[in-house]
Ligand binder design. Structure first.
Ligand code: SAH
Length: 472
């Protein structure tokens, strides 16, 4: 049998700085220790779960003193829910740490010459800012030790409890039962609670993620600033009558839903990208507005989740592109074409590239409803689509806008961008670390000329950052 290493507990550790990815840090004898669930100013006893030569990782087992920067979280589910993990920090502090993380990443990872980094643009609304939430229905409610003690009292055997809500922090199978979430406007909580109550009253099962059985699985709620509501309920079993009755219930209870769909997912994973949502009411999509542009959003398409901040993010992107009506603009990782369309009236031509076919279908439709005649969109992996032939066919790029997922750009694409040598690149990123890595490669030919972080996700540690690069 393998002997367990003794666990190291460090006492009275002063947390001094914010690190990244929601973790803060302490320094002991020159060694950096990354600690989760704490903020700078806390004094804690920590247990180490990783102890390497030059750094360690740990978590708090006892708070000796709380940071004076802490404030009371407003949500009852704080601490258990994997959602807003930064609610214990005042919003101004959250912004300060996000700004600092962008600066740190660009200085330490990119190591390129940097201009002054503009102050992060905060959100005017720090609650109810999300236009999309995805809930999980599960047989495995997360119960705290105190709740468990009550449930097991008098020798009772504890059995799984069904719950609707969000995944518990650090658990893939456990779900925190949510009563009120403050991330999205009503009727989001009303719909989730009503569907869960209806299912329980009618003995409809919730999904068991370990054994892959059960009916109610996930639910996505999308709201627009124009008042539209889309609900897509994902079920794990194809029971026609149960589906019909559930849909009737939702329609009766929530006549304000403009598009109601369901999706049958009998696969082992939660992804619905390879499945066909079935429309029960409405046209199967919703329409959002940014400035005077309209965007249709289908159930499977990506759309920036904070509409108000998306408008600011796109305006910055448009300013950084320095368009005067003569340029050919490539919009890489374009999603539903939203950035390209948003900048289109100042460009000669927009060429969008995106992996997901449905998103490209939306992009084409979006170009149509916004009366664009200068935009084209292509489906495929950027590294396969963006070839010399492609650029030759559609025109030498004057501006390249790139907005990759968290992993950043594929190195092959970065090399291609260096080859193409567009005068301006605008790099929109949701992960400053991978963005910094890519900037280091682009440094061969480009100077970073502007940096503007934007906060799209209050109460979380997630950051959006826009960088302008100019050809040297
Ligand atoms: N610019 C868009 C979408 C940004 S999210 C907006 O602001 O709404 C990143 C997008 O990149 C997603 O739509 C995702 O489907 C797409 N994507 C991810 N990997 C890709 C790849 N290898 N090639 C092309 N698109 C990709």
């Amino acid at each position: 049998m393998k002997r367990k290493k003794p666990q190291v507990v460090l006492k009275n550790v002063v947390i001094t700085d914010y690190a990244a990815e929601g973790k803060s840090l302490a320094r002991i004898d020159g060694k950096v220790i990354f600690v989760e669930k704490v903020v700078p100013g806390d004094v804690v006893d920590i247990k180490l779960n990783k102890n390497k030569k030059d750094f360690a990782e740990g978590f708090p087992v006892h708070f000796v003193e709380y940071s004076k920067d802490r404030e009371e979280p407003f949500c009852n589910h704080f601490g258990l829910c994997g959602g807003c993990i930064w609610q214990m920090l005042p919003y101004q502090k959250q912004l300060q740490y996000k700004h600092q993380q962008v600066t740190d990443s660009l200085q330490r990872i990119a190591k390129v010459n940097l201009p002054e980094i503009d102050t992060i643009i905060g959100a005017t609304e720090t609650r109810y800012y999300r236009n999309k939430l995805e809930y999980t229905f599960s047989t495995k409610k997360y119960v705290t030790n105190e709740e468990l003690a009550v449930l097991k009292k008098d020798g009772n055997v504890y059995e799984d409890i069904a719950a609707a809500g969000f995944h518990a922090r650090g658990f893939f199978d456990k779900v925190v039962e949510i009563e009120t979430c403050h991330l999205q406007e009503e009727p989001t909580n009303a719909i989730r609670n009503a569907v869960a109550a209806y299912a329980k009253e009618n003995n409809i099962s919730f999904y068991d993620i370990r054994n892959h059985v059960g009916f109610l699985r996930n639910m996505m709620v999308r709201l627009t600033t124009t008042g539209e509501i889309m609900v897509n309920i994902v079920v794990g079993e194809n029971y026609k009558t149960t589906i019909e009755q559930l849909m009737q219930f939702v329609l009766q209870q929530f006549p304000q839903i403009t598009t109601l769909l369901y999706t049958i997912n009998t696969k082992f994973n939660d992804s619905i990208f390879d499945l066909e949502p079935i429309v029960v009411k409405g046209n199967g999509y919703i329409t959002e507005k940014l400035e005077n542009y309209q965007f249709i959003i289908s159930p499977k398409s990506f759309f920036q989740t904070n509409t108000k901040q998306a408008e600011k993010l796109y305006s910055i992107t448009r300013n950084f592109a320095e368009l005067d009506g003569t340029q050919t603009v490539y919009d890489l990782y374009g999603g539903t074409g939203s950035i390209g369309i948003f900048v289109s009236n100042k460009a000669k031509k927009i060429i969008g590239v995106e992996l997901i076919k449905e998103a490209v279908d939306d992009a084409k439709e979006n170009a149509k409803i916004n009366n664009l005649s200068n935009a084209e969109f292509f489906v495929g992996d950027v590294i396969n689509i963006c070839t010399d032939d492609f650029f030759e066919k559609h025109g030498k790029p004057d501006v390249i806008i790139t907005d990759p997922p968290r992993a950043g750009m594929h190195e092959k694409l970065v090399r291609k961008l260096l080859d193409m040598a567009a005068p301006i690149i605008v790099y929109v990123s949701c992960n400053p670390a991978t963005q910094a890595r890519d900037l280091a490669l682009l440094d061969e030919k480009y100077t970073v000329t502007k940096v503007q972080p934007v906060d799209m996700f209050p109460h979380t540690h997630h950051i959006e950052n826009v960088v302008q690069l100019k050809l040297k």
